[in-house]
Design a protein around this ligand. Sequence first.
Ligand SMILES: Nc1nc2c(ncn2[C@@H]2O[C@H](COP(=O)(O)OP(=O)(O)OP(=O)(O)O)[C@@H](O)[C@H]2O)c(=O)[nH]1
Ligand SMILES: [Mg+2]
Length: 718
Amino acid sequence: MKTYSTNQIKNIALLGNSGSGKTTLVEAMLFEGEVIDRRGDVENKNTVSDYNLIEHENQTSMYSSVMYTEYNGKKINILDTPGADDFVGGTVSSLHVADAAVILISAQNGVEVGTEIHNRWLARLEKPAIILVNKCDHDHAAFDKAFESIRDSYGGNAVLAQYPVNAGPGFDTIVDIIQMKLYRYPKEGGKPEVTDIPADEAGRAEELRNELIEKAAENDEALMELFFENDTLTEDEMRSGITAGVIARGMFPVFCVSAKKNMGVGRFLEFLTNVAPSPDELKPAATVDGKEVKCDSSGPTSLFVFKTTVESHIGEINFFKVLSGEVKEGADLTNNKTRNKERFSQIFAPLGKNRSKVTSLLAGDIGCTVKLKNTKTNHSLSSPDVSYVFPDIPFPEPKFRTAIKPVSEGDEEKLGEALSRIHQEDPTVKVEYSKELRQIILSGQGEYHLNIVKWHLDNIYKVETTFVQPKIPYRETITKAAQSDYRHKKQSGGAGQFGEVHMIIEPYQEGSEPKTAFKLNGKDYKTAVRGTDTHNLSWGGKLEFVNSIVGGSIDARFLPAILKGIMEKLEEGPLTGSYARDIRVYVYDGKMHPVDSNEISFMLAGRNAFSKAFKVAGPKIMEPVYEVEVVVPTDYMGDVMSDLQGRRAIVQGMSSEKGFEKITAKVPLAEMNKYSTALSSLTSGRAMYSMKFSEYVQVPGEIQEELLKAYEAEQEED
Ligand SMILES: Nc1nc2c(ncn2[C@@H]2O[C@H](COP(=O)(O)OP(=O)(O)OP(=O)(O)O)[C@@H](O)[C@H]2O)c(=O)[nH]1
Ligand SMILES: [Mg+2]
């Protein structure tokens, strides 16, 4: 393959609802570009893009894949993405490196929930988009209705650049409004017969052309002037107007094809090569410290790794986008995250499971390499003269969690290794060994997502596992002040132990100051503030330790031991064994023994005094609460709301946009178990949601009772 210059490269991500035909379209794009000589299909499990066994079994894409096609003297790098939201990780990473998206919409179904989800990502990552209505040949194709749904969703910026003359079972003809030509395809698809537009379509075509020209002129002042002067634009002017409009996201041109019958795909590729933005036409990449890096092949070499896979026999494959300069075969580059040197002894243009060897890739191009030592997704590499670090891919937060354990205990290490591999290939799968819960917590985008992880463990890594109910990381705290004394005394032969501690504890609030006096149970206490230490607890919240010792009743050298004793108790709260937090402790008095006092004695005295005080300080269990955002079609709003109320949600706000309602609510994590599955069945898969940790709040009384009982039962079992 020749080396393509930056302005001959197009990086296109295919997005769209599951089943809209992305993977099928790739086959036609590769066939039209003569990269393959036979089109495979999803049903026969022989597509270039879906090459994983599990994708074959489910006949759907689960991972992104990277291909190229060559057309019109240009190279189009194609990133095929999974439509299902469970696998959105591959969609986000592809979009991150794409310069434009093609969003497929089925002529049968119009805009679907997956389309909406992808539109949000497009807006968030500020990527230009071109709309492709696929399946124009489908028995139930309803192009006008599909276009109506497009207008509802994208507004007037969605403009027709083509329309099918006879969508439905006999589909074979497209009117092209940019060229003002009629394309008629043979039954087997491929090369069309191109003619002038016949009289009976001329009126509609003319009208749409005016609309397209106006939109094309809108995003470019010079064109706007030309348009006013001449009342029209030439084809070249129109193209540059469309490019400008697409880049500004001020225009979403709409095309139509049948991917399956390969009708319209060649013409669409031609449009992409002529009009889709090249990598240097978009905003330059910026490093994490804000430096702009121009997409220029004469600049210093830099690249960003957006995907890592592991293939048997080959090992790790890293997929990257060249952001500046040139990556040559044999190049030595520095990984600016790990500071490792890496040799790119071979570089390739990826083609699904396969790849073609190349000698050089210029700024803007996408490639892959093998046998790097320590490079992974999200790493930036460069020539030694610069040390650019590019921002990470904004993968979504996990929203489904489960605990997982190996069926046989001996498999723990094997499971750990397998999960870390799986995370490396799909960063939206997160694995955490929680010391606190004594569980391996696996989290991801949905139940389906994690079931596929399990499938890999069973079938590829051969580790048998089971999912178990994940525990909730509760916290304990107190609600009022309390006082306690504790004397630790031991005199059984040898040296004795003696330590006595008097303390007051109270709830700690951010920004509050220690008090100097308390009245508790009718008794007055003085708490001189001689020193304050605020400790940030590793599990969140604070412990403030106030030294209120007067008259040397306890030596200062024993205070660290007392603190240690308290810390131990914080790690295993008195109510349910969960971490405790947000407490202020005043140690205001105590006693020492001239011979028997030592550190261990004071540690034990501190621990027990704290435990005693905690129990009478109105102890409460706190639970993690998440901020949940649900976007739901208006029709389902009532059902979703009442379901949320059943989950102890506190609704924070509601707003509506384009036929959808957005609900934000605070919901306890304990109530979010399997939410994605429940929401999906409640709304026939038409809703979407995201969640992120918000805060810890006290659990209601009746739930505290239940938790205490459950903990007691658990203790008895042990
Ligand atoms: N009639 C018709 N069927 C099509 C067309 N394109 C794709 N299909 C069929 O639609 C189904 C889904 O196609 P895919 O290419 O797997 O869709 P996808 O968008 O890749 O789906 P995901 O990978 O799940 O996101 C398959 O059965 C295809 O054969 C088309 O143009 N016309
Ligand atoms: Mg697919």
